[in-house]
Design a protein around this ligand. Structure first.
Ligand code: EPU
Length: 416
């Protein structure tokens, strides 16, 4: 199992090119199941999760051709309407094939994802919504069996805001008969990117970017070309890295308009940012100031940035309070950061962080994707050497993070 060895205390300086967004690419690739036409996608990130979803899609009979960050899909010869446990258990986003398969072929068998490190994460809202669209759904032997003659438009209000739930129902509704109204829809930029692709494929969707999506079903969708949006979480992760280590970096192929809250918090920390049309220059000198926040759905503070900001807070010039409201168990990095000398105490879903003068390198273990990134940041800010174990979590969602960070001066190597 690969590990990362990080020697801390290096200032970051140089340019980093941001990759396409993981959480936009995954649903967008699944949209390839909705049409017999060619879907030509660019800016698809090189990630383990992308490999997993392509493997899953290929075993349905979807033709996949890939040239680095370009992927072309063709769904004219789908043969298997199934997502097996072996793949779903490794990646929950596999549930995103359910809506498209059911809507286009009237049938799907998808393994129920189990719980995961950050919480129980049920998919009851996906099922509730598809039932409202007329699907008959049974659960047996750990599998969701879904059937319908033709999905029929309906008004659906999910009990909570769910990102992949909204995406699954949105994809299903594009091929349903009549009008579907999705209320309480997730507004994440990744949902908007999927909706824009679906429109390019011939779907009729109004209210894109709002919490009320109105979809007029069409008989079929056609092929399209689409560039996946750049990854706001990857960009914000590198901004946290420079806030923790000090330095001067230029992020390229990024946007500045869809992570306002995180950028505001970074300014509070003391990061100086200059925005270009598709770039952010970030400069940091001196010790970070502490920032308190609560994670919420978009446009609030993203849960996917909670751990990385906590890493910066561990060495800030004061105390901060972080409340996680989206997932029930997303503080697994706390114990690992404390091993590096941080002073963090949790109380229910709130973490109280007291900034310390210095962290000191130690062996630590990555527990999930964003926790891994936060440990890389903490290790880069620490004195001495940190070994981060179970780095496969990082590879699921960051495109060669250690290569990008080494190129801007970090001392970080992968140990095979
Ligand atoms: N929920 C339910 N029932 C459902 C669906 C969700 O109870 O049917 C609950 C979840 O358990 C959670 C909350 O609702 O407590 C929100 O979950 P959501 O469905 O929005 O999460 P997700 O769609 O499974 C996506 C991202 C996550 C990100 C969350 C929240 C993808 C592939 N994944 O997950 O990304 O944290 O939204 O923004 O888009 C990551 O990239 O590290 C990551 C975990």
């Amino acid at each position: 199992m690969d590990k990362l060895q990080v020697v801390g205390g290096k200032r970051l300086e140089g340019e980093i090119v941001i990759s396409g967004a993981k959480n936009a690419a995954l649903p967008i690739l699944c949209a390839g199941l909705l049409t017999s036409g060619d879907l030509e996608l660019s800016n698809v990130p090189r990630l383990h999760d992308v490999k997993t979803i392509l493997k899953l899609l290929a075993q349905t009979g979807l033709a996949v051709s890939q040239d680095d960050e370009r992927v072309t899909l063709n769904g004219s010869a789908i043969t298997t309407l199934e997502a097996p446990y072996e793949l779903v258990k490794t990646m929950r986003a596999s549930i995103l094939v359910l809506g498209p398969l059911l809507a286009r072929f009237g049938e799907a068998k998808v393994s129920l994802p189990g719980g995961c490190a950050i919480g129980s994460r049920p998919v009851d809202q996906h099922i509730k919504g598809l039932r409202a669209l007329g699907a008959e759904i049974t659960i047996e032997g750990g599998y969701i069996y879904a059937k319908c003659k033709k999905l029929k438009g309906a008004r659906i209000r999910t009990d909570m805001i769910t990102v992949t739930g909204t995406e699954n129902l949105l994809m299903a509704a594009t091929l349903a008969e009549g009008e579907t109204v999705l209320e309480n829809a997730a507004r994440e930029p990744e949902v908007t990117d999927l909706a824009n692709l679906l429109v390019a494929m011939g779907a009729k969707i109004e209210g894109i970017g709002t919490d009320r999506l109105v979809i007029q079903g069409v008989a079929e969708l056609h092929g399209a070309r689409h560039a996946v949006i750049s990854d706001r979480i990857e960009a914000a992760t590198f901004l946290c890295a420079v806030a923790a280590t000090g330095g001067d970096i230029l992020l390229k192929n990024t946007r500045t308009d869809y992570f306002d809250v995180a950028l505001d918090k970074l300014r509070e920390i003391g990061l100086v940012m200059t925005m270009g049309p598709a770039s952010i220059r970030a400069q940091m000198g001196g010790r970070p100031k502490p920032v308190s926040f609560r994670t919420t759905e978009y446009p609030g503070f993203p849960t996917d940035m909670q751990a990385q900001f906590m890493a910066v807070n561990t060495i800030a010039s004061g105390a901060s309070r972080i409340t996680e409201t989206i997932f029930e168990n997303r503080f697994m990095h706390v114990q690992e950061m404390n091993r590096l000398g941080a002073s963090i105490q949790t109380e229910g879903n709130t973490a109280h962080v007291k900034g310390v003068d210095r962290l000191v390198g130690a062996p630590v273990m990555a527990t999930d994707l964003r926790a891994s990134a936060s440990l890389v940041i903490a290790a880069m800010a620490a004195q001495g050497t940190t070994i981060i174990d179970r780095i496969y979590h990082l590879d699921r969602g960051y495109d060669r993070m250690e290569v990008k960070l080494s190129a801007v001066g970090a001392n970080i190597v992968r140990i095979k």
